[in-house]
Design a protein around this ligand. Structure first.
Ligand code: C2E
Ligand code: CA
Ligand code: CA
Ligand code: CA
Length: 281
């Protein structure tokens, strides 16, 4: 009946409205979070698979919200990207990670240079002042640029390829390194691997997950290894959770890895202990 249909729409409208309000509330809270610096950086150790040696860590942002608790980046990074808040947040994460890497250098013997990886968003990379912003952060924190890796995704390179090439060469000239994150999940022609100054491919967790169970995943990892070797790139596997996955990745010749099998992302202080212990081991 007309009445039932009407109430159906009313329910639908109310649900839409609630979603929109939730989103507005999240956005308002996130704006305040930027002002109040409510963010934390966790660090997930990265391991050399052939030796088990810790070679550094990936910086992963968290939002410590007074009303929401510890919020995962999957929840707020998309909103930060849509609103432009990712630029101040990402700038803060980079600075924090560089300070941390500098601190690690102080705790550890001089022959041991732990590397910190930092995730970038498209809006950061596209911003005209980005390279000089990174240069300033390197200078202010005093970190060795060779200890910093910036992680980008394939789609960020496809967007505006000409500008992207220029920016990446600018970043490389500062002495830091570039990794392609979630490799194999974005649509791409692979030809960008020849044009961009890339050092590392990170095999996405979705392929590591099926290693040894899904023949397709094993084939993809094997193919990425072949490609990386031919192009002289390092490979990092993400999301290693089991000893079986680790054994297969070693067999396939994968250089480095991260995952719960080794360690979860840790707060800064715990990450220092982890690195120091790993150095002594
Ligand atoms: P990502 O860069 O691919 O980071 C890997 C994610 O996988 C992290 O989630 C990490 O905690 C999780 N992970 C690591 N090992 C394992 C494992 O063995 N099993 C499983 N199931 N998961 C594992 P997290 O920290 O929630 O970050 C999610 C995503 O948020 C990141 O994916 C990255 O795209 C984004 N992100 C995090 N921090 C930043 C940041 O500072 N800036 C930007 N732009 N994005 C960030
Ligand atoms: Ca609120
Ligand atoms: Ca990453
Ligand atoms: Ca990933």
């Amino acid at each position: 009946s007309a009445k039932a249909a009407g109430s159906g729409y009313a329910v639908f409208d109310a649900a839409m409205n609630e979603k929109a309000l939730e989103r507005l509330d999240l956005e308002a809270d996130l704006r305040r979070a930027v002002d109040q610096e409510e963010f934390l950086v966790y660090y997930q150790p990265k391991v050399e698979l052939s030796t088990g040696r810790i070679i550094g860590a990936e910086a992963l942002v968290r939002w410590q919200s007074p009303e929401r608790g510890l919020v995962s980046p999957a929840k707020f990074i998309p909103v930060a990207e849509e609103t432009g808040l990712i630029r101040p947040i990402g700038g803060w994460v980079l600075r924090e990670a560089c300070f941390q890497a500098k601190r690690w250098q102080g705790y550890l013997p001089p022959d041991y240079l732990p590397v910190v990886s930092v995730n970038l968003s498209a809006a950061q990379l596209k911003h005209p002042g980005f390279v000089s912003e990174v240069a300033r952060t390197l200078e202010e924190t005093g970190v060795d640029p060779a200890a910093v890796v910036l992680e980008i995704t394939e789609s960020m390179l496809m967007d505006d390829a000409e500008k992207g090439v220029e920016t990446l060469f600018g970043l490389k000239a500062l002495g830091l390194r570039i990794a392609v994150d979630d490799f194999g999940t974005g649509y791409s022609s692979l030809s960008y691997l020849k044009r961009f100054p890339i050092d590392t491919l990170k095999i996405d967790r979705s392929f590591v997950d099926g290693l040894g169970r899904e023949p397709g995943d094993t084939a993809i990892v094997r193919a990425v290894m072949g490609l990386a070797r031919a192009l002289g790139l390092d490979v990092v596997a993400e999301g290693i959770e089991t000893a079986e996955q680790l054994a297969l990745l070693r067999e396939l010749g994968c250089d480095y890895g991260q995952g719960y099998h080794f360690a979860r992302p840790l707060p800064g202080a715990e990450a220092v202990e982890f690195l120091a212990r790993a150095r002594l081991a």
